[in-house]
Design a protein around this ligand. Structure first.
Ligand code: PLP
Length: 377
């Protein structure tokens, strides 16, 4: 099936009891059993929930995976992934990741004995050199958040395979509409479904998709054993949001390129970063491995003072963390989403204090450009 058909239908069937076309919200903690050990496959809602299962089947289809495992947040999903490793194992991280991912490794997993290092993954040769016999996993975002550095997924997945390293791609920025990492050789793909998948900024969730049955079984075990499951209503909201994912992503990308082009010509804007601009250093790679360029645009205003002056002036773009909703947001990564990344690490990748990040929404682009214009003036 095509992407939009899958987004609307995959993993969902009319409710067997009533014929309800939409998957019901199974808001229950437990299920009646006819006799001891005799039940319909549902015992307790941490372990099984039909609404959650519909979401898991749906996202698995969109990511060309065989298994989907949903969690209470993107961080819970990433935590489950790193919990498939043990003390003494080493994980390599892309050098520009969501701040919470860095914090999880640095403040939660490292004290438990897991080693990690950041690597500039834009150069596959550097990745090849960084892998040691202890390395078990490479976790990347491409494009990365918020400086939009790309990693060549086919190149890196090839060398990970040779060296027995699992490749995990956080695909939150692109959504499965614009990029399918598993088709390029990644072992696991993870999403903060809080963002584009849900698309309406009204829930928090995470999901992992894979073709690897053994990994899926372990992640399913961790989902139940550690218990970071999404509630049925949040699973339902994500499922409902995904129905319009294709429409929304088209509009996000259309608006984002226009906002990026506008920003490129403004005085006071030192640099605009968007993978769909010819000025992006990895524009060719973007065209090769992505089907579109997404809705995230970063711009460097030169100094923290300039960013602090401009940010409160926006009227349509809300000054807020997060991204991927139909409404436009603007943020200051150095003090907000990436405050937990040490300054030297931020500096290395060009995450400057003057950088502001736009999540370009689905509003009329003329209004968005007008808003940028008045905020910069
Ligand atoms: C938001 C985000 C996360 C964390 O997800 P939550 O749902 O907030 O826990 C992870 N990765 C990326 C790229 C994100 O944008």
């Amino acid at each position: 099936m095509g992407f939009s058909t899958d987004a609307i239908h995959a993993g969902q069937h009319p409710d067997p009891t009533t014929g309800a076309v939409m998957v019901p919200i199974y808001q229950t903690s437990t299920y009646v059993q006819e006799g001891v050990g005799k039940h319909k496959g549902y015992e307790y809602a941490r372990t099984q929930n039909p609404t959650r299962e519909a979401l898991e089947r749906n996202v698995a289809a969109l990511e060309k995976a065989d298994h989907g495992i949903a969690y209470a947040s993107g961080m819970a999903a990433i935590h489950a992934i790193v919990q498939t490793l043990t003390a003494g194992d080493e994980i390599l991280l892309g050098d520009n990741l969501y701040g919470g991912t860095y914090r999880l490794l640095d403040k939660v997993m490292k004290p438990l004995g897991m080693a990690f290092r950041t690597v500039p993954t834009r150069d596959p040769a550097v990745v090849a050199e960084a892998i040691t016999p202890r390395t078990r996993m490479l976790l990347i975002e491409t494009p990365s958040n918020p400086v939009m550095i790309l990693t060549d997924i086919p190149a890196v997945s090839g060398l990970c395979r040779e060296r027995g390293v699992r490749l995990v791609v956080d695909n939150t920025f692109m959504s499965p509409y614009f990029q399918n990492p598993l088709e390029m050789g990644a072992d696991l793909v993870v999403h903060s479904s809080t963002k584009y998948l849900n698309g309406h900024s009204d829930m928090v969730g995470g999901i992992v998709a894979t073709r690897d049955a053994a990994l899926a079984e372990r992640l399913r075990f961790l989902q139940n054993a550690a218990g970071a499951v999404p509630g049925p209503f949040d699973a339902w909201l994500a499922l409902r949001g995904i129905k319009t994912l294709a429409l929304r992503m088209e509009r996000h990308a259309l608006n984002a390129i226009k906002v990026a082009r506008y920003l490129e010509n403004q005085a006071g804007v030192e640099r605009v970063i968007y993978p769909g601009l010819e000025s992006h250093p990895q524009y060719e790679l973007a065209r090769r491995q992505m089907r579109g360029f997404g809705g995230m645009v970063s711009a460097d205003l030169g100094s923290f003072e300039a960013a602090r002056r401009v940010l409160p002036r926006f009227r349509i773009f809300s000054l807020a963390e997060s991204l991927g909703g139909v409404e436009s947001l603007v943020s200051h990564p150095a003090s907000m989403t990436h405050a937990s990344v040490p300054e030297p690490e931020r500096r290395k990748v060009g995450l400057t204090d003057g950088l502001i990040r736009f999540s370009v929404g689905c509003e009329d682009v003329e209004d968005l450009i007008e808003d940028v214009k008045q905020a910069l003036s």
